[in-house]
Design a protein around this ligand. Sequence first.
Ligand code: 0GY
Length: 302
Amino acid sequence: MSELPHYEMDEGWRVFDPDPSAPVFRPPAGAVDAHCHVFGPGNIFPYAAERKYTPCDAPKEKLMALRDFLGFERNVIVQASCHGKDNRALVDALQYADGLARGIATVGTGISDAELTDLNAAGVRGVRFNFVKRLADASPRAAMAEIAARIKPLGWHCVIYFEAADLPDLYDFVSELPTVVVVDHIGRPDVTLGADGEEFNLFVRLMHENQNVWSKVSCPDRLSLSGPPEYSDVVPFARRIVEAFPDRVLWGTDWPHPNLKTHTPDDGSLVDFIPQIARTAELQQQLLIDNPRNLYWPEEFT
Ligand code: 0GY
């Protein structure tokens, strides 16, 4: 019999907070956490050989318990780079969630139509293209364009992860994608450059010029220099996007917060960030319910 794989998480890896605070803000009933991950467990769902980090295990049961504790109803689980193109842990979590989660997978051009159909049946609704160099080796853009064309007939969309400094180079590629495009973490701005600075203005322009581009207003913990619990330096960035594009924004915890070196986020504080950036009940309803349901559970609206 072959031995079960065993992994040591990276030195200095920060395990997610096992005991987050209860948020003061209560999400409206039916709210969706639209960006989170599952990791492993590695002895059942091995981490990818080409991974850039080895995390702690962050299994589906813990994610669903957090969902309930924070007052959410549903999740969108995003394939993390440590699992490469092996979407088995993701599919397993989707099946466990029994309709209350959708998924974003990572696939290569070699994927068959039958495999795409199976992923769709499991609840996958999109693919992720990762341009963050510390996380993934560069894939040819032609391959990504080919994948985007393949998934479009399924009604799927593309989730794209990049850092703002790379947007000038990616602008045309993103603009030409044929599906809805969801950008992770407000396009990862450098917050020292200002929410009305040239760098962030380009991201706003991308959304103005392309009605199919959406943004996750997530991860203040990754972007902030002022830090928790308020992450106040990120507020103007997220608020600008929520108020300019209220029907094209999503929010997520990013649990279990891979690769954060500065601190372990308190998920309750992250939920309390929501009313800072979506200041009315109407904006909160769009951010947490209407937008994610339109994108991930559209059949419930027909
Ligand atoms: C995130 C952010 C990160 C990691 C990944 O796929 C991933 O490994 O997305 C990161 O390190 O910035 O979206 O959770």
